[in-house]
Design a protein around this ligand. Structure first.
Ligand SMILES: [Zn+2]
Ligand SMILES: [Zn+2]
Length: 212
């Protein structure tokens, strides 16, 4: 039986990324997903939420999801987890990021994951679903009935496929072959914007329609 858990969302940075805090109700252990910016703000929320993070999970390597990872990794002594194909983006050298106009803060990746991996976090299991299209190494993390979708799926929309490493063809097969096959009741916590469900997205999201 999966443990009960609670989720908090902190919206950070210029690009308004959703950083999620996941806390297992019984132990207080848990994880941080996509700390994109403002490490101080996230650290304060972690304290208020009485969370002891074991791991920092990145849905992909873009800086609006990963830019506070290095600082939080040091402060929390938590391991950083990312798909192997996006790990080089996270580790990349300190420099101005042309795409986002922010300074990229490199971060070590302690654990590279692949599709189908299951991470043990304080007694709970988090499954890795490789969902390329927005970037080569984009993943969704599945915990209980929740999907942390990063920039793969938003309410009513999807992430861009025109950035380096993006692919419309891969995105299409990610959406049709993977996302659309999930149970309608799965709750989606996206990388930007409000939460939704797979059922609602199958009904209203134009990118989950067969003719797209
Ligand atoms: Zn992105
Ligand atoms: Zn993003």
């Amino acid at each position: 039986m999966p443990e009960r858990f609670e989720v908090a969302c902190v919206v950070v940075g210029m690009l308004q990324g959703n950083c999620y805090l996941v806390r297992l109700a019984d132990s207080g252990e848990g994880l941080v997903i996509d700390p994109g910016d403002q490490a101080d703000v996230i650290a304060r929320e972690i304290k208020g939420f009485k969370l002891r993070p074991e791991a920092i999970l990145l849905t992909h390597g873009h800086i609006d999801h990963a830019n506070a990872a290095a600082e939080l990794r040091d402060r929390l002594k938590a391991r950083v987890v990312c798909h192997k194909l996006d790990a080089p983006l996270v580790r990349a050298r300190d420099e101005e990021d042309d795409l986002f106009g922010m300074t990229h803060r490199p971060c070590p990746v302690d654990q590279e994951v692949s599709d189908g991996d299951v991470l043990a976090v304080g007694g709970a299991e988090v499954a890795v679903l490789h969902t390329p299209g927005h970037t080569r190494g984009s993943v969704c993390y599945v915990l209980g009935g929740i999907l942390f979708s990063g920039d793969t799926l938003f309410q009513g929309s999807i992430g861009r496929t025109d950035l380096p490493g993006g692919s419309e063809r891969q995105m299409r097969s990610t959406l049709m072959d993977r996302i659309a096959k999930l149970d309608d009741r799965v709750v989606v916590f996206p990388g930007h914007g409000p939460r939704t469900t797979i059922g609602e997205e199958k009904q209203y999201n134009p990118f989950l329609q067969a003719q797209w």
